[in-house]
Design a protein around this ligand. Structure first.
Ligand SMILES: *[C@@H]1O[C@H](CO)[C@@H](O)[C@H](O)[C@H]1NC(C)=O
Ligand SMILES: *[C@@H]1O[C@H](CO)[C@@H](O)[C@H](O)[C@H]1NC(C)=O
Ligand SMILES: *[C@@H]1O[C@H](CO)[C@@H](O)[C@H](O)[C@H]1NC(C)=O
Ligand SMILES: *[C@@H]1O[C@H](CO)[C@@H](O)[C@H](O)[C@H]1NC(C)=O
Ligand SMILES: *[C@@H]1O[C@H](CO)[C@@H](O)[C@H](O)[C@H]1NC(C)=O
Ligand SMILES: *[C@@H]1O[C@H](CO)[C@@H](O)[C@H](O)[C@H]1NC(C)=O
Length: 370
């Protein structure tokens, strides 16, 4: 009997094996992307980049109800029989008693709906760039959650190593959380229309903060996530926690670059008489980057008054780089960092493709800020 069952079952397994191999790209397991090697299958998170592209397409087509639909009910990413959604990323809160330092720093004690309401409000006002940008902030929020959850798994493992090995296993434990975080940062396909890492890449190019052609925020983040993966597999809570703090610093730098580039681009777009939509987009991205930069600065113990000054300088109705710059400089200095690390806007790169945009005096950037 036994052998007959195997005789029947084995070909089915073989067929399944061939089928799954043929569908090889439907798993991230063992694949490498952008300098990071996935230890588990997080294709569902990679698939969220398709939802994002579809939301962007709906916004571009002016179909905001379609964008809202994909945001709230999902489309391309399956978690068992239900779809993953950006809505859940935006409205996630940790379970009672669970401490998630990065995620909680971003949430700043606000309730489950703070970011979701901002996103829905932007969609209701048909502000496409703001809606799309804030959905990417929801991705960042869930990225933080995954980094934090990896630590929780390592800590729980260490509390009872004999019974909790599963919590540091590649497939379902802390390394899997780190994989999910990387998928949220960079996706897993060069065709993704926008990811957090593509923000970093653009900011690196526009502010000339690249090393051998790559934004150094991206290089640093890739190394940090490789480090988190190793710490997760070894159950090394100290290394994991130290690296988590680095991740928070890189996101803070990303936000500083984001507001600097956006306010510069907004001012130049006005001066170059660009289409209203393009000006509005640059302005929206000042707000998008501020949404996570402010909490990050407060979490780094920058005085609230300085953060408020920065907010005022950036959200003035007439965007002005020269007015924003001193406020940016003050918080950069409060962090103990240097402006050279944040970079400075490159007029030719930021205005690439803008015809008839030859200003006599583009907004002044200065090496003196080093
Ligand atoms: C994933 O699997 C589906 C069928 O389940 C197939 O249509 C699709 O092409 C596969 N995608 C990739 C990227 O291999
Ligand atoms: C908007 O998208 C929805 C869902 O895809 C579709 O049913 C509807 O016809 C679209 N509306 C317009 C005006 O194109
Ligand atoms: C990811 O997308 C592919 C291609 O559409 C699909 O075949 C696969 O089932 C999806 N997987 C998950 C987990 O969402
Ligand atoms: C969340 O907070 C906002 C702003 O403080 C408030 O308007 C809203 O009613 C709260 N929502 C819930 C579900 O508590
Ligand atoms: C650590 O393990 C002990 C005994 O198994 C358990 O009572 C306690 O709740 C655990 N603490 C944490 C933080 O997991
Ligand atoms: C993790 O590191 C932070 C500093 O970055 C420290 O404040 C915190 O106590 C550490 N947490 C644990 C559990 O070691």
């Amino acid at each position: 009997m036994r052998s007959r069952v195997s005789f029947v079952v084995l070909p089915i397994f073989a067929a399944l094996f061939l089928w799954t191999t043929a569908q090889g790209q439907n798993t991230t397991l063992g694949t490498r992307f952008d300098g990071y090697s996935y230890a588990s299958n997080v294709i569902g998170y990679v698939n969220m980049t398709m939802d994002y592209c579809d939301i962007q397409a709906a916004i571009t087509a002016g179909n905001f109800s379609a964008a809202l639909g994909i945001y709230t009910t999902g489309k391309n990413s399956w978690n068992g029989l239900t779809r993953r959604t950006f809505y859940r990323f935006a409205s996630f809160t940790p379970g009672a008693g669970v401490v998630e330092p990065l995620h909680d720093a971003l949430a700043m004690g606000r309730n489950a709906s703070w970011l979701d309401s901002m996103i829905k409000d932007a969609i209701a006002k048909r502000n496409g760039p703001l809606a799309a940008g804030l959905i990417q902030v929801a991705v960042l929020k869930y990225f933080f959650h995954e980094v934090d959850e990896g630590f929780t798994n390592v800590a729980t493992y260490l509390n009872d190593t004999a019974n909790n090995g599963i919590l540091i296993s590649d497939a379902t434990g802390a390394p899997h959380n780190v994989d999910e975080a990387f998928a949220l940062w960079a996706g897993g396909s060069p065709s993704a229309c926008t990811t957090l890492s593509s923000w970093a890449a653009q900011l690196g190019a526009d502010l000339e903060t690249t090393f051998v052609g790559r934004s150094y925020i991206n290089s640093a983040m890739t190394l940090a996530l490789n480090e988190l993966q190793a710490a997760a597999r070894k159950g090394n809570a100290v290394s994991y926690n130290d690296t988590r703090a680095m991740v928070q610093r890189y996101i803070t730098l990303l936000g500083l670059q984001g507001v600097m580039r956006s306010v510069y681009r907004a001012e130049v777009a006005v001066a170059c008489k660009r289409p209203a939509a393009q000006i509005a987009e640059a302005q929206a991205f000042i707000a998008v980057h501020l949404t996570y930069l402010e909490p990050m600065l407060l979490a780094s113990n920058v005085r609230p008054a300085l953060v408020q000054d920065l907010n005022r300088a950036l959200t003035n109705s007439t965007p002005s780089y020269s007015r924003a710059l001193p406020a940016i400089r003050v918080v950069v200095s409060a962090l103990g960092r240097r402006m050279a690390e944040v970079g400075e806007p490159r007029f030719e790169v930021i205005t690439a493709g803008w015809t008839n945009c030859k200003l006599n005096s583009p907004p002044v950037v200065g090496r003196r800020l080093l």
